[in-house]
Write a new protein. Structure first.
Lengths: 331, 289, 250
């Protein structure tokens, strides 16, 4: 089956596999694995659309995640709203944070490494604030009391969480697909490659960057809400700590930054490696050692991520075709 | 507020600032010469601090004397790291090397987590509790020793850079890479030496920090932010900037803790970092690149 | 179409462009020439909005564009190319040109279709799927031109679009530029390839040390003493005159 000619076949195949997955086994462990893999694919996609598609590498994407997690939890716990409201609230909160940080950073003309570092600093500021104010519970964090009913956005059977996460992940993939097919996405790619040229061709670089940061923030924010409902406990270190920023970046870069399925590939790989290392060795952190090493290797040798391995064959053939037609007169 | 408390905060800020300057000087050297934003700076410091920890607890060495061991070891480590790893990978976009050093820091931190587990370690020496008098104020002796030693180290580094041939070669490469190559300077060797020197300062800083701080696998995070802030505040590549920056950061941290409390007080450093990047990215003394 | 009056751009202590004025009428091909370092690219960049101008006026299609941002000026119809090419490296030739086309079309299909047309016009149809980073210098120059053309511009500022081309390619580009003009686009070019400048231009401005030292029809400018001296050095005009006389006697 040639997926290049018929990409919908690929989408359908993956979706079917994903839908069937939680019924393959009754084990909570397997389903949890699936939820986490999808979760990382989802928040990874948030990083991916800003970092991979638009070239704005951020080291502080957890800021949007945490804002969403706290927004939805606060709205539930402090204001008594139904937890399902958390989803739109967290998405909007994340979007607002993305927009704000984007405006501040891009107004000042920050790009590349400076942008990466300032986003790290912003996330740290958010973490410190969350650690210090009452409404977030300060350093103690916030606990969501367990009451497993559908109306309360909590489920005893994890399969329900799985399908919610699957829906969210499918949405994030749809966003990525839309970017690939739209003018907006093409402009972001231009911005990523060369901002001055993009400007000279009529692209309002500032506005486009803000737009993508906003969308990216919304996705990460929604991820925060889900996280809170799944684990029922959040605190500043967990939802504003640098670890999540790193994970969002890792799954995308390793899977393939700027590709639609990169974060999914990266997330599945991370989940598999995590489980394997946890069961084989009791060392905490081995999976990240492997992952960090993988990142270094990828940047050095496979900057387009693992996806490139799949594309290599296609590229070789295209290359051969092109070089034969070029012989006719190209200097 | 009581003058003595403020006075204590000032002293504390200055003392810690001196050490931050030392940590940051390695980073600014590496950036100034190699144009590498070394994200692994913090985690490498952590490794060195663990080294000091074991030298002290297993071999009974005095932490300040461990300088003799840590500095050369870190130098060699840095030299080798550059020659065989980073040097080979640092082509292409600026962000690539940032990502690579990020990857390295992840590997280093998690290896530390695997081998040392998450708890913090501290050391204590016979003189850990001794106090030093500064007017009406009492300051911990180790802190003072560390500060003085840090200033001496910075001074030595400064002299090295201005008086020795190698130091001059390094400055030449930092200013004009191609020109340096053309006058016969082995630029790759200078890069490796510079990276090694940067690591050596971390070795020194580790020996000076262990008596007054703690180490755990995540200590790196704290120092990365601090080091970057000092460097960015002072100006990438400026040593005077590192001194001034270290001082300002140390004082900010001290007063932040005093007026905003332990938790919110940490915000000062991140805020300085953000503000500098937004309004004066070349820092106080850096060249406007 | 384009009126520049007294444009001055200062960098630190250096007057890169000093009180320069020029005019380009609709449908014209006008050239800007001058020795290296004369400030030609800086002038282009200033006109197109990449630099803040220190003094002077720029009017495009009758309205002042001073203070407008680069992309706003581009959307008004003035598009520049870069002397040192800046392709979208990881994108294919087709995708590169399409970025320009997206100025006029909102759907990917339309933009790609238009990009193909432009590619054909420019002679790049066989390279559409190639990555822009694989192109030769000549290919990249052509790509710069194609990308700018795809935006449907009213005025093209072409910066040394012929540098690095072989004679055959130059002939092709000259024809291409003419046909672009014939399709209704006004062109202002910076160029060093003299015979191309002579054969294409209706009017020439000569820039030296940031100042416009001469302007006029090609035949007038080429014999202008100051122009010769700007390129070849002081006294060169006289030397050339004596040489010619010497040859005439011999």
């Amino acid at each position: 089956m040639n997926f290049n000619r018929n990409p919908w076949a690929l989408h359908a195949l993956l979706l079917t596999a994903a839908i069937v997955f939680p019924f393959v086994s009754n084990s909570a462990f397997v389903i949890n694995f699936g939820v986490l893999a999808l979760f990382y694919a989802f928040i990874g996609q948030s990083w991916n659309i800003a970092g991979g598609f638009a070239g704005q590498l951020s080291f502080g994407h957890v800021a949007f995640f945490g804002v969403g997690a706290y927004a939805s939890t606060i709205v539930q716990m402090r204001f008594g709203f139904n937890p399902w409201w958390g989803l739109p609230v967290s998405a909007m909160a994340g979007a607002a944070a993305g927009c704000l940080i984007g405006v501040i950073s891009f107004r000042a003309g920050l790009k590349g490494s400076y942008f990466a570092l300032i986003t790290l600093a912003f996330a740290e500021v958010f973490r410190i604030v969350a650690n210090s104010v009452d409404i977030t519970g300060g350093g103690l964090g916030m606990l969501i009391p367990m009451k497993q009913t559908a109306a309360n956005f909590q489920f005893g059977d994890r399969r329900y969480f799985y399908f919610i996460m699957l829906t969210l992940t499918v949405l994030s993939i749809a966003v990525a697909l839309w970017l690939k097919a739209s003018r907006f996405g093409a402009r972001l790619a231009a911005i990523r490659e060369n901002e001055d040229s993009a400007r000279a061709l009529g692209i309002n670089v500032f506005v486009e960057k803000i737009k993508i940061m906003t969308i990216s923030g919304a996705i990460a924010g929604a991820g925060g809400c889900f996280f809170a409902q799944y684990f029922l406990y959040i605190d500043p270190t967990i939802v504003f700590g640098v670890d999540k920023s790193v994970e969002m970046l890792l799954v995308s870069m390793i899977g393939g930054a700027g590709t639609v399925y990169g974060p999914l590939i990266g997330a599945v790989l991370l989940a598999v490696v995590s489980e394997l290392t946890r069961s084989m060795f009791s060392f905490q952190g081995l999976s990240l050692v492997l992952y960090g090493t993988l990142l270094v290797i990828i940047i050095a040798f496979l900057p387009n991520g693992l996806v490139e391995l799949f594309n290599r064959k296609k590229r070789k053939e295209a290359g051969r075709l092109v070089s034969s037609t070029n012989k006719s007169g190209d200097a | 507020m009581d003058l003595t408390i403020i006075g204590a905060a000032v002293i504390n800020g200055i003392l810690m600032g001196g050490i931050y300057t030392l940590v940051a000087s390695g980073l600014t050297l590496i950036y100034g010469v190699l144009h590498i934003i070394n994200f692994a700076h913090g985690s490498l410091l952590m490794v060195a601090m663990f080294g000091v920890f074991y030298l002290v607890t297993k071999l009974g060495m005095d932490p300040y004397l461990s300088l003799i061991v840590t500095m050369p070891t870190m130098f060699v480590l840095g030299y080798v790291m550059y020659r065989y790893l980073i040097g080979k990978l640092s082509y292409g976009k600026d962000e690539n090397i940032l990502l690579i050093t990020l990857g390295l820091s992840i590997v280093i931190e998690n290896l530390a987590l695997m081998f040392f587990a998450g708890d913090s370690r501290t050391i204590s020496m016979s003189y850990s509790d001794k106090m030093f008098e500064v007017g009406p104020l009492l300051v911990g002796l180790p802190k003072v020793i560390s500060f003085v030693a840090a200033m001496i180290m910075c001074g030595i580094l400064g002299l090295f850079m201005s008086r020795t041939d190698t130091g001059r070669a390094i400055r030449a490469v930092a200013k004009e890479r191609m020109g340096a190559r053309l006058v016969g300077i082995d630029v790759d060797k200078v890069f490796a030496i510079s990276f090694g020197l940067g690591m050596a300062t971390l070795g020194a800083a580790a020996s000076l920090l262990m008596p007054i701080f703690y180490v755990s696998p995540t200590t790196g995070h704290v120092f990365v932010m601090v080091a970057f802030t000092v460097v960015v505040l002072g100006g990438m590549g400026s040593f005077l900037g590192a001194v001034v920056g270290g001082l300002i950061v140390g004082l900010t941290e001290s007063f932040g803790g005093l007026y905003l409390g332990e938790s919110l007080g940490q915000i000062g450093i991140s805020l300085i970092f953000i503000l500098i990047l937004l309004f004066r990215p070349s820092g106080l003394f850096g060249d406007k690149r | 179409m384009l009126k520049v009056k007294g444009l001055t751009k200062i960098f630190g202590g250096l007057r890169a462009v000093d009180n320069a004025s020029l005019e380009v009428g609709p449908g014209q091909i006008v050239s800007l020439i001058g020795p290296n370092g004369a400030g030609k690219t800086t002038l282009f960049a200033s006109i197109a909005g990449f630099h803040k101008i220190d003094a002077g006026q720029v009017e495009f299609s009758g309205q002042s564009i001073l203070g407008l941002q680069v992309h706003e000026i581009a959307r008004l119809g003035m598009v520049r190319t870069f002397q040192i090419t800046q392709p979208f490296a990881k994108l294919s030739v087709l995708e590169n040109i399409a970025v320009g086309a997206f100025q006029q079309f909102s759907s990917k299909d339309e933009a790609h279709a238009h990009a193909r047309l432009i590619a054909e016009k420019v002679g790049m149809s066989s390279m559409l799927d190639q990555s822009a980073s694989d192109l030769t210098v000549a290919g990249r120059k052509r790509l710069e031109l194609a990308r700018a053309l795809a935006t449907g511009p009213k005025l093209l500022l072409l910066d040394e679009v012929m540098a690095g081309l072989n004679p055959q390619e130059i002939v092709e580009i000259i024809a291409l530029i003419r046909s672009i003009r014939d399709s209704g686009v006004t062109i202002l070019l910076i160029e060093h390839v003299m015979h191309a400048v002579m054969s294409l231009s209706e009017y020439i401005y000569v820039l030296s040390y940031g100042k416009v030292i001469a302007q006029g029809k090609p035949e007038e400018v080429v014999n202008n003493r100051e122009v010769i001296e700007a390129y070849l050095g002081r006294g060169a005009a006289d030397q050339m005159a004596t040489q010619v006389q010497g040859e005439a006697h011999a």
